[in-house]
Write a protein that binds this ligand. Structure first.
Ligand code: MG
Ligand code: MG
Length: 247
């Protein structure tokens, strides 16, 4: 069952989304060469505390970080630590919070410094564009996998691999609700979308093959071929006026 949220619930999710957005803006500015991923997590933690919110990730199935920071070939679920950002890195930052019982979740991939390779910048650009094409399909007239198909079609047209092992999700009263939202799928298939559904749509796109593996820390997902990966995510609501981005 895909939960339908009331207008009041969507407003509460968007209040959580505002906190996520604030953190993202701060971390985008802060992600400079020489900064550690733990520094970024500390900045996120400060804003979370000031906002009377709570990290949705810390403690989730034992995840140790306040946010996820995934560098270069890391796809998702990287743990903030002592690693220093270098000029030329790409860094995916994933932030999820809960406030007043409602969750919001968002991710971006940023270029660190001014020496990021063209091919890395292109991967970032296409992944972000894929997110917005997917969001555009989040309407009452669509089926769930129309979102998936829009993302897959764009990514594969550039020769990229669409990660299979991790997917988007419903969100609201929990971090992960039904349905699962794969970034690959058939147009015209899947459940009919309805106003009031709230989704976290999150393409994870690899420069090479879509296969991933998990490092020995039990969390960090990396591309099997160790080529780059990018990740963008927004929490959105399907409304009578179309898709509304809440993060
Ligand atoms: Mg996320
Ligand atoms: Mg998510």
């Amino acid at each position: 069952m895909i939960d339908i949220k009331s207008e009041i619930e969507i407003k509460l999710i968007s209040e959580s989304g505002c906190v996520v957005k604030l953190i993202m803006e701060e971390l985008k500015r802060a992600a400079k060469p020489g900064v550690t991923t733990a520094d970024l997590a500390r900045k996120a933690d400060e804003i979370i505390k000031k906002s009377n919110a709570r990290s949705a990730f810390k403690g989730y199935r034992g995840f140790p970080g306040v946010i996820c920071t995934s560098l270069n070939e890391q796809v998702v679920h990287g743990i903030p630590g002592d690693v220093r950002l270098s000029n030329g890195d790409i860094l995916s930052i994933d932030v999820g919070i809960e406030k007043n019982g409602y969750y919001a979740d968002s991710a971006i991939t940023v270029a660190v410094g001014d020496r990021v390779a063209e091919k890395a910048l292109a991967l970032i650009e296409v992944t972000e564009k894929a997110l917005y094409l997917g969001i555009e399909k989040a309407r009452e007239s669509s089926r769930l996998f129309d979102i998936s198909n829009a993302i897959q079609t764009l990514a594969e047209s550039h020769g990229y691999g669409v990660v299979r092992g991790f997917v988007g999700h419903g969100i609201g009263k929990s971090l992960h609700e039904e349905p699962e939202i794969p970034n690959f799928g058939k147009q015209g298939a899947g459940p009919r979308l309805k106003n009031g559904m709230v989704f976290a749509i999150e393409p994870m796109i690899n420069e090479g093959d879509y296969e991933v593996e998990i490092l020995s820390d039990g969390w960090t997902a990396v591309t099997r071929d160790r080529k780059l990966s990018a990740h963008f995510e927004h929490t959105i609501a399907i409304t009578g006026d179309g898709p509304k981005i809440l993060t």
